[in-house]
Design a binder for this molecule. Structure first.
Ligand code: NAP
Length: 289
């Protein structure tokens, strides 16, 4: 099946590569063309704009940084794809965005007879490469069924969470835990080191303990080498907590801890750590020597 893929970042490039590997014909677009070159070398076709891509593909997948980027590419930019998408096109937005934005996009798509799913992912660079992502999907059941064979080329599970916006809702919940667990861990790690415990002792002791979130252990080497090369960019964790607390304002949920933790990531951003892995928040709470 011919699939259009927009967004060749850390996640999108790996997800699109898996679609190619599974035999789909792929048309790609990225704001910076050079990031699409490796996929073009493997057989993907390049589209000069989102609008050009939409004319060719009955399924469009977007994997972009934030709501503003999705709005630009889909709706507001000069070459936005919703203006040229063929009737009955299925648009699957895998970007992490807030639920009310997903519902807005569903409405804009529907007004142009384009079907829409919000389908953000859980899992980072490694799972994206190995087609082991989890998709949290919001939208009509029949559209989810139509999307499933495509999403299954990139992930190990497709979970239908409900109507439009419910996939994004689940993703917000996921990342509120992820962002806070990382800060809780780095603060405890730095505290332990201030007491004279080594990183090795702390990791070895906590490895088999239920108090530590399992994902922390995947990051162990980053802390030991103090090398925060990127898997999940810290700037997108800051963005996700911003979107989550904004969403909580809409639903009258109280998020006192998430608001504080969001600001710890803001401090990390100010220290120039935005493009590092989100584990680099450790640099904010630990000693520099
Ligand atoms: P990334 O590497 O920074 O890629 C971001 C993509 O968005 C790039 O293709 C970028 O284009 C594009 N973009 C940004 N602003 C744009 C604009 N105004 N117009 C057009 N394109 C624009 O990020 P990523 O890690 O792949 O993450 C993508 C999404 O997945 C984010 O929503 C993130 O929160 C989510 N996510 C990431 C992970 C992870 O572990 N990395 C895990 C789960 C979910 P350029 O190449 O031109 O900059």
């Amino acid at each position: 099946m011919k699939i259009g893929f927009i967004g060749m970042g850390i996640m999108g490039s790996r997800m699109a590569a898996n679609l190619l590997k599974k035999g789909h014909e792929l048309v790609v677009y990225n704001r910076s063309k050079d990031k699409a070159d490796p996929l073009i070398a493997q057989g993907a076709h390049w589209a000069d704009s989102p609008a050009e891509l939409a004319k060719q593909a009955p399924i469009i997948i977007t994997m972009l940084s934030k709501p503003e980027a999705v709005a630009e590419v889909a709706l507001l930019g000069k070459q936005a794809f919703l203006e040229t998408a063929v009737e009955n096109t299925l648009w699957i937005d895998c970007s992490t965005v807030n639920p009310s934005f997903s519902r807005l996009m569903a409405g804009e798509a529907g007004a142009r007879k384009v079907r829409f799913l919000d389908a953000p992912v859980a899992g980072s660079k490694g799972p994206a490469e190995q087609a082991q992502l989890l998709f949290y999907v919001g939208g009509d059941k029949k559209d989810v069924e139509a999307a499933k064979p495509v999403l299954e080329c990139m992930g190990k599970a497709v979970m239908h969470m409900g109507s439009h916006g419910m996939g994004s809702s689940m993703k917000m919940v996921n990342n509120v835990i992820l962002g806070q667990a990382m800060v809780a861990f780095t603060e405890a790690l730095a505290f332990g080191e201030s007491l004279g415990l080594t990183k090795q002792t702390i990791f070895d002791t906590l490895a088999s303990s239920p108090v530590t979130a399992p994902f922390i252990m995947f990051k162990r080497k980053k802390f030991e080498d103090r090398d925060f090369s990127v898997e999940f960019p810290l700037q997108w964790m800051h963005k996700d907590l911003h979107l989550a607390v904004d969403t909580a304002f809409e639903t009258h949920a109280a998020m006192p801890a998430a608001n504080v933790v969001k600001e710890i990531y803001a401090l990390a951003m100010r220290e120039g750590l935005g493009e590092k892995d989100f584990a680099a928040v450790y640099e904010v709470v630990s000693r520099k020597n």
